[in-house]
Design a protein around this ligand. Structure first.
Ligand code: LFR
Length: 457
């Protein structure tokens, strides 16, 4: 007897619909539809093309055929506003839009309440930028991206917990909206719908259950980290690198706030203690500028470049917005214009940033992880995996590539009673069924320590 589930997984550069087939101790995944996610700048604002994404999702669900349920996840922090009739008030704004510039610095420290890393685009700052606009005044409800898509499928309104935890407006201790903070910031309390938890039924789409999953993509990715020990570290590697640990309790110390570590809500009440590292975004932007060259060839050429010759501090907000990435990297690192050299610079710098974030996480949480799991699209990038093993001094266990979709599928399968147990049981199934590649560190930290000193971190 097999069971089929559909995961809708929207990333910042592409979306996919993945079907998971669960048999007796088996799990096969198939990407049935992949579509581009291309933001659109209009009227000076960078938007998500949300209807195009919705259509991509519908096309994918049609290709998926009959399934036991559907789950949706996407990147975090962004939202749509709907009015009292349910109409969407404008296209959701992209978190890389400049409307939040300078806002975070004008707002009091929210860390003791939300436990959230201060990123300029956190929902709270986007809302402060939007407050007072006609759209904001006309809104009845705020829906995070996966909640908005689920609303279009089912007509049901709610705020999935893991994604709500990225708004900056959730109380990290209670797991509910931080009402006093919302009032204190002068935001409209009536915009925020009730919280729903991963595993809850949202509603139905043409008779098929739509189930809440870890709707923040990173939450779903962490579910599918194939760890076999309780203390492990992970990098969820895609447009961003989310580097950290899974904890039972948040870390809210001053040192943690200063290091800008986040305590996001995970599946089963876990805490995703991590830091956003700029990830593969700068390289994706360069590749776009270079007119999408052969990626495998580019990475092979980058692997032949001298190690650690050019470095940038990828934590610099300079690299956050889109456009002219090659120019920005060249100026910051004093780089020549060869794509292979630029690629090597980004990957060396990314491995170095992984090293820094991991060291900080270990120190701040007092944890001693034995291995580093690198999941997501970056697991395909051998050079990045090898450099990360060398930089961190830990064995890197790379894969699964589709961790986010897998985490989404596993939570649905558990809600349906097809798999049972805690996260350890879900992870055991990932270990048994998915391909994982091990990269041993070379064990020479000296060049990386010197590189860290050069970047000044
Ligand atoms: C990764 C991710 C990160 C979040 C960033 C912006 O896809 O969801 O976790 O900080 O995108 O939403």
């Amino acid at each position: 007897m097999t069971h089929r589930f559909a995961a809708v997984d929207l990333g910042a550069s592409s979306g996919r619909v993945v079907v998971g087939v669960f048999g007796d101790g088996t799990l096969d995944v198939e990407v049935v539809h992949r579509f581009a996610n291309e933001p659109v700048r209009a009227g000076g604002t960078l938007h998500w093309d949300i209807l195009r994404l919705y259509q991509g999702m519908l096309d994918g669900l049609a290709r998926a055929g009959p399934v036991d349920s559907i789950g949706i996840d996407s990147w975090a922090v962004d939202y749509g506003l709907i009015d009292a009739s349910g109409a969407l008030l404008g296209n959701p704004v992209h978190y890389r839009d400049a409307r939040t510039d300078g806002i975070a610095d004008r707002v009091r420290d929210l860390y003791p309440v939300s436990g959230l890393q201060k990123l300029p685009f956190n929902t709270v700052y986007q809302l402060l930028a939007a407050a007072g606009t006609p759209q904001y005044r006309a809104a009845a409800t705020l829906l995070m991206i996966p909640d908005l898509l689920a609303y279009w499928l089912t007509g049901e309104i709610g705020a999935e917990y893991t994604n709500a935890s990225t708004t900056g407006l959730l109380d990290v201790r209670t797991g509910n909206w931080a009402w006093p903070l919302i009032a204190d910031l002068g935001l409209r309390a009536d915009l925020f719908p009730a919280i729903r938890r991963p595993g809850e039924l949202i509603g139905h789409f043409r008779g098929t259950p739509v189930v809440a999953v870890g709707s923040h993509d990173t939450a779903s990715a962490v579910v599918a980290v194939p760890a076999d020990q309780t203390s492990f570290a992970y990098v969820s590697s895609g447009t961003w690198s989310l580097v950290g640990l899974e904890l039972a309790q948040p870390v809210l110390s001053d040192a943690s706030r200063e290091a800008n570590f986040t305590n996001e809500g995970g599946v089963d009440g876990t805490v995703r203690y991590l830091r956003n590292v700029m990830g593969l975004w700068p390289l994706q932007e360069c590749v776009r500028e270079w007119g999408s060259p052969d990626l495998a060839g580019l990475l092979a050429a980058a692997a032949r470049e001298p190690a650690l010759a050019y470095l940038v501090d990828l934590d610099d907000p300079l690299f956050l917005p889109p456009g002219d990435m090659v120019g920005r990297l060249r100026t910051a690192a004093g780089l020549p214009g060869e794509p292979a050299t630029i690629t090597r610079c980004v990957l060396d710098s990314l491995a170095l940033a992984h090293r820094r974030a991991l060291r900080q996480a270990r120190e701040l949480a007092g944890a001693t992880p034995g291995a580093l799991h690198l999941v997501g699209g970056g697991a395909r990038n051998e050079l990045l995996c090898r450099l990360t093993a060398d930089a961190t001094g830990l064995p890197v266990l790379a894969g699964p590539v589709e961790a986010t979709a897998l985490g989404n599928l596993l939570v649905q399968a558990r809600a349906a009673g097809v798999v049972t147990g805690g996260l350890d049981a879900l992870r055991a199934l990932v270990r048994q069924t998915q391909q994982i590649v091990r990269y041993e560190p070379r064990g020479d930290d000296a060049p990386w320590a010197a590189a860290a000193a050069r970047v000044g971190r």
